[in-house]
Design a protein around this ligand. Structure first.
Ligand code: ARG
Length: 470
C-alpha cells in the first residue's frame, strides 16, 4: 500500500473538507477518466444546456453564462483535436472539464455546477451516449436487413433442405431461410426503438438525489438535449440504469440471433455442406493448408457476441444490490456498455458484409434437399388428401415406404409404382407429382410458408414495413 501524499490537495474539486490527497491506490480505483472521456461531447452538451437554462432563469449572470459557453467551446476543440490533457487526479470527465474551464475562464467556471450534481450530470451524459449507440446500431441493423432482403429476393426459388435437429426435414427455399432472420432482426429493431422511447427522458436537474431549491427549468434543458420530457422522480433519475440494461438486453438478443446466423454460415461453408461460398473478402487462408478458406469473420462474429452477453450480466450484477440513490458502483456501468456497443456494431456490420458476399451453390443445396426422404411428409399429406387416410395412418404407411426405399437405396420418387402399391394398393401414379423437392416447396403456400410466391410476398411486405426498397 502507498502512503497518502501530503496536504493540501489543491486539484481536488470537492476538496473544501479534504486535508490530504487520496492514497495512490484510492486514486486508481476511483478514477474513471480512462474510460469516461468517451462521454466528453455529451458532457459538454449537457453543460451548455444547463448553463443556458441557468441564465434564462436568472440563476446565473449573462456574462458568466457567456464565459462558460466560450470556455466549453475551447475545451471541445482541445479534446476534439487531441490537445486536451486528461488528468487522473481529476478523477472523471466531469471534473476534468470543469477544472479546465476554471483554468480557461476563471472563477465563473465555479458557477456552472449550481443546481447540479455529478450524479444527474453523469446520468444525463450516459443516457445521451446510449441514445446515440441505439441510433448507430439501428442504422447498421437496417443495413443488414437490406442485405438479407436482397439475398432472399435473389434466392426466393433456390431449394435447400430445411432442418430440425440438424437432420434433413423438409425442402425449403434459401430465400425463406434468410427471411427467418429478417423476422428476428425486425423484432430486434423494434426492441431498440422501444428502449429508445423509454430512455428519452432527461435526468438533469435531479441534482444529487433530492432535486434543488433553485428555480430551474427542467423542461428547458430536456428540450435542449433532445429529450421528450424531464424524468419524474429525482431519486430514480440518479440511481436507475435500466435504460442501459434495456439497450444491452436488446443488443444481447440481437447478438444471439446473429450468432446463430454466423454458426449457419460456418456450417454452410464447410466442405461437407458446400451450400454457400464466401469470397476472399470474408475468408482467410491457412498458413499450412493451401486449400482452406476459413470463415473467420463468421466465427469472430459468433464469438464476439459473448462480450455483449457478458456486459448485460455485468451491469445487472452491478445494479442488483444497490440501495437508492447513487452509489459509486454505478461508475462500473460504462466500460461493459462501451465494450458491448463496439462489439455488436462490428458484428452487425460484418454480418451485413457476409450476407451480401455469400454465393449459394444451388446444385449442392438442391441435391442435399433430395436426400433424407425430405418429401416423406408430402407423401403422407397426399395419402390424406387423395385417399382420405387419417394422418396417423398415412404417417405409418409412409414410414413403411421410406423403409422400403432405404432398403433399396433409392429416393422416394425413384421407387416403382408397384413397390408403393405393395404397401398401399390404392396409390396411383399421380403421387409422383408431390415427391419432387420442387413440387414440395411450391405446394407450401400457407401464409408464412416456404413456397416462392409466399416468400416473395413476405419480402415485399417486409420492405414496405421497414421502408427498405430494392
Ligand atoms: N464518475 C462518476 C460516475 O461515473 C460520476 C458521478 C460521481 N458522483 C459521486 N457522487 N461521486 O458514476
Amino acid at each position: 500500500m502507498t502512503d497518502n501524499p501530503p496536504a493540501p490537495h489543491s486539484n481536488c474539486l470537492w476538496g473544501g473538507r479534504v486535508e490530504r490527497g487520496p492514497a495512490e491506490i484510492m486514486a486508481e480505483i476511483n478514477a474513471s477518466i480512462g474510460f469516461d472521456r468517451k462521454l466528453y461531447a455529451q458532457d459538454i452538451a449537457g453543460s451548455r444546456a444547463h448553463a443556458e437554462m441557468l441564465v434564462a432563469t436568472a440563476i446565473l449572470a449573462r456574462e458568466d453564462g457567456a464565459a462558460i459557453q466560450r470556455g466549453l467551446s475551447l475545451i471541445e476543440a482541445e479534446i476534439g483535436e487531441g490537445r486536451f490533457a486528461f488528468r487522473t487526479d481529476r478523477e472523471d470527465i466531469h471534473l476534468n472539464i470543469e477544472a479546465r474551464l476554471a483554468e480557461l475562464i476563471g472563477p465563473a467556471a465555479g458557477r456552472l455546477h449550481t443546481a447540479r450534481s455529478r450524479n444527474d450530470q453523469v446520468a444525463t451524459d450516459f443516457r445521451l451516449w446510449v441514445r446515440d449507440a441505439i441510433d448507430r446500431l439501428s442504422a447498421l441493423l437496417r443495413g443488414l436487413l437490406a442485405a438479407l432482403l436482397d439475398q432472399a429476393q435473389a434466392q426466393a426459388e433456390t431449394v435447400m433442405p430445411g432442418f430440425t435437429h440438424l437432420q434433413v426435414a423438409q425442402p425449403i427455399t434459401f430465400g425463406h431461410h434468410l427471411m427467418a432472420y429478417v423476422a428476428m432482426l425486425e423484432r430486434d429493431l423494434g426492441r431498440l426503438g422501444d428502449a429508445r422511447a423509454r430512455l428519452n427522458e432527461c435526468p438533469l436537474g435531479a441534482a444529487a438525489l433530492a432535486g434543488t431549491s433553485f428555480p430551474i427549468d427542467r423542461a428547458m434543458t430536456a428540450r435542449a438535449l433532445g429529450f421528450d420530457r424531464p424524468t419524474t422522480n429525482s431519486l430514480d433519475s440518479v440511481s436507475s440504469r435500466d435504460f442501459a440494461l434495456e439497450y444491452l438486453a436488446a443488443a444481447a438478443i440481437l447478438g444471439v440471433h446473429l450468432s446463430r446466423l454466423a454458426e449457419e454460415i460456418v456450417i454452410w461453408t464447410s466442405a461437407q455442406f458446400h451450400f454457400v461460398r464466401l469470397s476472399d473478402a470474408f475468408t482467410t487462408g491457412s498458413s499450412i493448408m493451401p486449400q482452406k478458406r476459413n470463415p473467420d469473420a463468421a466465427e469472430l462474429a459468433r464469438a464476439k457476441v459473448g462480450r455483449v452477453l457478458g456486459a448485460l450480466t455485468s451491469l445487472m450484477v452491478v445494479m442488483k444490490g444497490l440501495p437508492l440513490a447513487y452509489a459509486k458502483d454505478m461508475q462500473e456501468d460504462k466500460e461493459p456498455t462501451f465494450e458491448a456497443a463496439q462489439a455488436i456494431e462490428l458484428v452487425v456490420a460484418a454480418m451485413a458484409g457476409m450476407v451480401a458476399d455469400l454465393v449459394p451453390d444451388a446444385a449442392a443445396m438442391r441435391a442435399a434437399a433430395g436426400t433424407g426422404y425430405a418429401t416423406a411428409t408430402d407423401l403422407a399429406d397426399w395419402l390424406v388428401r387423395v385417399l382420405d387416410l387419417p394422418f396417423r395412418e398415412a404417417h405409418h404407411v409412409t414410414g413403411r415406404i421410406v423403409k422400403l426405399a432405404e432398403g433399396r437405396g433409392l429416393a422416394l420418387e425413384d421407387l416403382p409404382l408397384a413397390a408403393l402399391q405393395d404397401v398401399e394398393p390404392r396409390i396411383t401414379g399421380a403421387v409422383f407429382e408431390v415427391l419432387s423437392v420442387d413440387s414440395s416447396v411450391r405446394s407450401r403456400t400457407s401464409f408464412g410458408g416456404t413456397a416462392p410466391v409466399q416468400v416473395r410476398s413476405q419480402i415485399e411486405a417486409a420492405r414496405q414495413r421497414l421502408g427498405i426498397m430494392s
